[in-house]
Design a protein around this ligand. Structure first.
Ligand code: GDP
Ligand code: MG
Length: 160
């Protein structure tokens, strides 16, 4: 194809991005999806799910034992989560840049948390923090059959 010299393996990087219940209740689904879409990233998995406690605890396993763990997992199970897999060059790291710092009051304007959030426990969105967590979280939330393999029509306009 005419993309033979364009699309290297790094354009296939995937991150797990989730809009937490506060983001869904506040009507931020389309705004958040738009940001990733407009950047040039490709949506390859999406579903709305009210996660059970097992899933919430597994997702946030690294925080087990911390003072905010129970509040965090209770909040995640309290309502709808939009679970997504986004694909593209450095989507894990740049996705975190788009999301902003964990504390929204330390997040730059222009980031999702900087633009819309105040409290840490209402920071609206999750993004994988590295390749290992991305792989783990995608496998936790999605079956392989729920991930779509396709080439975007804009591929050669986003990537040189
Ligand atoms: P993230 O990767 O930026 O989402 O942050 P972490 O992985 O460190 O923490 C997971 C989530 O737990 C954060 O997004 C916050 O919602 C919440 N959280 C983290 N640290 C704190 C804290 O000190 N207090 C409270 N209330 N929530 C926290
Ligand atoms: Mg994290």
């Amino acid at each position: 194809s005419n993309h033979a010299f364009a699309a290297g393996p790094s354009t296939k990087e995937r991150s797990f991005i989730a809009i937490k219940p506060d983001g869904v209740h506040r009507g931020m689904i389309s705004n958040i999806i738009s940001r990733f879409e407009q950047k040039g990233y490709k949506l390859v998995g999406i579903k709305v799910i009210v996660p059970g406690m097992d899933l919430a605890k597994a997702h946030y396993a690294e925080h087990e034992g911390k003072p905010f763990f129970n509040k965090l997992t209770s909040f995640l199970t309290s309502g709808p989560v939009v679970a997504m897999v986004w694909e593209g060059k450095e989507v894990i790291k740049y996705g975190r840049t788009m999301i902003g710092a964990t504390n929204p009051l330390a997040s730059a304007p222009g980031t999702i948390r900087g633009d819309f959030c105040v409290d840490m426990g209402r920071n609206m969105i999750h993004g994988s923090d590295g390749p290992e967590s991305a792989q783990r979280e995608i496998a936790l939330w999605f079956q392989p059959s729920e991930i779509a393999e396709y080439e975007s029509a804009t591929q050669s306009w986003v990537y040189e």
